[in-house]
Ligand binder design. Structure first.
Ligand SMILES: NC(=O)c1ccc[n+]([C@@H]2O[C@H](COP(=O)([O-])OP(=O)(O)OC[C@H]3O[C@@H](n4cnc5c(N)ncnc54)[C@H](O)[C@@H]3O)[C@@H](O)[C@H]2O)c1
Ligand SMILES: [Zn+2]
Length: 365
């Protein structure tokens, strides 16, 4: 069993990683007998893992309620948030309750935000079941919902009390969702850790066969990096912002195409290539590194071009609405090598348009 601590003083918490943890009551500390919990999951994950988690908690004398939400990014909304509050109130959950997110990043973000708001804040735990949630979204306390005009526009920084990563859950994950998670994995390598990028170049095929040892190492390395970043910069002022590599472009794709049409990781993969093109045109990233980035993304079955329906101008109009736009200037995270990235605050619009044009899908003859 791997254990990493996110060091945030009184709000520090463990990330536990191993196969089979959903059956292991000890992993669910600090929950105690007679405590009340609300398990929040969705229609897809419930038939796979809900019973298992309920049984484990019941063995510990924990009082379990559940809410099963519709599945999909389009349901990461204020409307769905209200159904969580209604379920909590109907079942008389007090300020001592604990919300438990069982699912991918959508369930994690929704549940965390519900926990931040319900009675001005109750405890919550993350049981991430997608690779993306296991390596990224369940750690670090960014919670929230989408608005029709912008992704993750309503939310709060609110840390969980524990993150329990059961690697065996990935066995049921559709292949495209595994690839989507690999986009965030590759992002860590590009932005922070050259050795890890090289490890990925050597092990991407093994990872995609769901080899438990490779997966466990990969998830542990990403969680270690994220834990360190969050401990240094919880509120996204400098270091943490580097985790947004590819996201400004990617969010434009997700919003324009409609939530859930392009998977988050797919949009991020195309966005990483666009950011790499900007860096290349600015002379900050060698052509060989752009090639290595594209090759690794492609090997992970991820797109390296944007959707054919989107013109460069439609990216820009969405990108100007990004949380990171200040004084009408585009702020972008750009890779400056394999294993390093920097924030640039004053990127020229024309250059962005040119870079996006370089990443349009090749038109069929
Ligand atoms: N909070 C953060 O720091 C952060 C970071 C990155 C991404 N995110 C957010 O995370 C979301 C994307 O997360 P995601 O990729 O996990 O998507 P998701 O939550 O929509 O899950 C993907 C799909 O897999 C299904 N699923 C989940 N676990 C499964 C399993 N074990 N077996 C079979 N199917 C399973 C889900 O029901 C869903 O259909 C986005 O909303 C993104 O904005 C948040
Ligand atoms: Zn992301």
């Amino acid at each position: 069993m791997e254990k990493i601590t996110v060091m945030l003083g009184e709000r520090s918490y463990p990330i536990t990683i191993a196969a089979g943890l959903l059956n292991n009551l000890r992993a669910f500390a600090p929950l105690k007998s007679d405590e009340q919990v609300m398990l929040v999951t969705n229609k897809t994950v419930a038939p796979l893992y809900l019973e298992q988690v309920k049984q484990t908690l019941k063995q510990g004398g924990i009082k379990v309620d559940e809410i099963i939400l519709p599945d999909g990014e389009q349901h990461k909304s204020l409307l769905v948030l209200e159904t969580i509050f209604s379920a909590l109130l109907k079942k008389s959950h007090s300020r001592d309750t604990t919300l438990i997110a069982l699912g991918g990043g959508v369930i994690g973000d929704l549940t965390g935000f519900a926990a931040a708001c319900y009675q001005r804040g109750v405890r919550f735990m993350q049981l991430p079941t997608t690779l993306l949630a296991q390596v990224d979204s369940s750690v670090g306390g960014k919670t929230g919902v989408n608005h029709p005009l912008g992704k993750n526009m309503i939310g709060a920084f609110y840390q969980p009390v524990s993150v329990i990563v059961d690697v065996s859950c990935l066995a049921t994950l559709p292949a495209c969702e595994l690839s989507s998670g690999l986009a965030e994995v590759i992002k860590y390598g590009i932005s922070f850790d050259r050795d890890f990028f090289i490890w990925l170049e050597n092990n991407i095929d093994v990872l995609m066969t769901l080899n438990i040892h490779a997966l466990t190492y990969c998830i542990r390395r990403c969680c270690e990096l994220k834990a360190k970043i969050v401990a240094t910069d919880e509120r996204d002022n400098d270091l943490r912002a580097l985790l947004n590599l590819g996201h400004t472009f990617g969010h434009a794709i997700e919003v324009t195409m409609g939530y859930g049409i392009w998977l988050h990781g797919e949009a991020i993969a195309a966005g990483i290539v666009m950011a790499a093109e900007v860096a290349y045109i600015l002379g900050k990233l060698p052509a060989d590194d752009v090639h290595r980035i594209k090759t690794l993304l492609e090997r992970a079955c991820l797109p390296i071009a944007g959707p054919k329906e989107m013109l460069p101008e439609s990216y820009l109009s969405h990108m100007m609405r990004d949380k990171k736009v200040r004084n009408n200037k585009l702020c972008l995270v750009l890779p400056t090598g394999i294993g390093q990235a920097k924030i640039y605050n004053d990127i020229d619009h024309k250059l962005v348009l040119k870079s996006i044009s370089a990443c349009l899908p090749i038109k069929e003859a």
